[in-house]
Design a protein around this ligand. Structure first.
Ligand SMILES: Cc1cc2nc3c(=O)[nH]c(=O)nc-3n(C[C@H](O)[C@H](O)[C@H](O)COP(=O)(O)OP(=O)(O)OC[C@H]3O[C@@H](n4cnc5c(N)ncnc54)[C@H](O)[C@@H]3O)c2cc1C
Length: 320
């Protein structure tokens, strides 16, 4: 490989899947490049988000709570059944859940993904942002590296990890998958609404690090299969809907109208009133589960995360 840039592993995509893969491999002493098209990891990534895998994160990064950009620890969860004018909720509150081992916590992707990628860098991975991977380099049927949209942008590696998200062009190029079926795909749209911290804590009856996760079913998505969510961050709220794509098309519904309906519901409006929208985003979610998994490897290539459809869609909430 003389004269060529060669790594033990090239990871494409610095979302949670890619940064975790890079971290684990770098720790094992491998020479790893982590390529990310965004200006920085998480710049445009979308989640609700509550991360429920705190025990996994603790195993991966002991003491993560000291440095992770946690917004709020979930101490109260509620599932709300909505009609157009009413809301019936099942509510669970635990006063100890803001202390370890936590239930889960809310996060904002631009901060969280950046933090996680930085842990991979500390372990020895080379993070290369602002770098779009355009395709695979293949020799004799095996993947040998990637082509990036940079001058002399060919990188060679013993293994390429495609953690490039739900649309994974790399997994498709390798022939491991085609388009995911419409039935297994959902569309999530979300707003982050800035709200004064004191006002937020009064409205949601929380203090300090405590946080709430509300999920909604019923009229929130009309006749479309799906649901809504409202999560508290430190000084903002994340509100959104997630709808099954096939159902959305069948009903000819407009997702932004469904989100507007949730925001204007008589039980929700008083919680978000006075806030200002800071962010609006939309993203596809592979919710088909086990049946959706493509073949996860080819010679020289592994597929991980959303690229492989690895989302646990547990009814009301998601674990990506
Ligand atoms: C509205 C919504 C709410 C959600 N809520 C939750 C939740 O509450 N909890 C939860 O656990 N999960 C949630 N999810 C799911 C979760 O967001 C995903 O499962 C998770 O982000 C997948 O991580 P990933 O690393 O596989 O992919 P991604 O996070 O999509 O990361 C892929 C990365 O690859 C980069 N990339 C893509 N193509 C290229 C390329 N060609 N070259 C270089 N870089 C590239 C992207 O920029 C990105 O950084 C939600 C999703 C949505 C849309």
């Amino acid at each position: 490989m003389k004269g060529k840039e060669h790594f033990d592993a090239v990871v494409v995509g610095a979302g949670p899947a890619g940064s975790t893969a890079a971290l684990v491999m770098a720790r094992a002493g491998l020479r790893v490049a982590l390529l990310e098209r965004g200006e920085y990891p998480g710049a445009k990534n979308v989640s609700g988000a509550v991360l429920y895998g705190t025990s996994f994160l603790e195993r991966l990064l002991p003491g993560f709570r000291l440095s992770a950009p946690v917004e709020r620890y979930i101490t109260r969860r509620s599932i709300g059944f909505m009609s157009e004018s009413a809301l019936f909720s099942l509510d669970y509150k635990s006063s100890g859940a803001d202390a370890p081992p936590n239930n889960g916590f809310t996060l904002l992707r631009p901060q969280f993904d950046r933090w996680l990628a930085q842990r991979a860098v500390e372990a020895g991975a080379l993070l290369v942002p602002k770098t779009v991977v355009d395709g695979l380099i293949r020799e004799k049927g095996a993947v040998k590296g990637v082509r990036t949209r940079r001058e002399k942008g060919e990188l060679y590696a013993d293994v390429v990890v495609a953690a490039d998200g739900v649309n994974s062009f790399l997994a498709r190029e390798a022939g491991l998958r085609g388009d995911f079926s419409l039935r297994g795909m959902s569309l999530g749209i979300k707003e982050v609404i800035a709200l004064d911290r004191q006002l937020l804590e009064e409205r949601f009856q929380i203090n300090g690090n405590e946080g709430t996760a509300y999920e909604f079913l019923g009229s929130v998505t009309g006749n479309v299969c799906g649901g809504g969510f409202l999560y508290t961050n430190r000084e903002s709220l994340s509100i959104g809907i997630i709808v099954q794509l096939s159902s959305l098309l069948r009903e000819r519904a407009r997702p932004y109208e469904l989100l507007a309906g949730l925001k204007n519901h008589s039980s929700i409006l008083p919680l978000i009133r006075g806030g200002s929208v800071k962010e609006y985003s939309a993203h596809m979610i592979p919710e088909g589960g086990w049946k959706m998994f493509p073949k996860l490897y080819a010679p020289g290539l592994l597929v991980a995360g959303d690229a492989a459809g690895m989302v646990l869609a547990a009814g009301c909430y998601l674990q990506g």
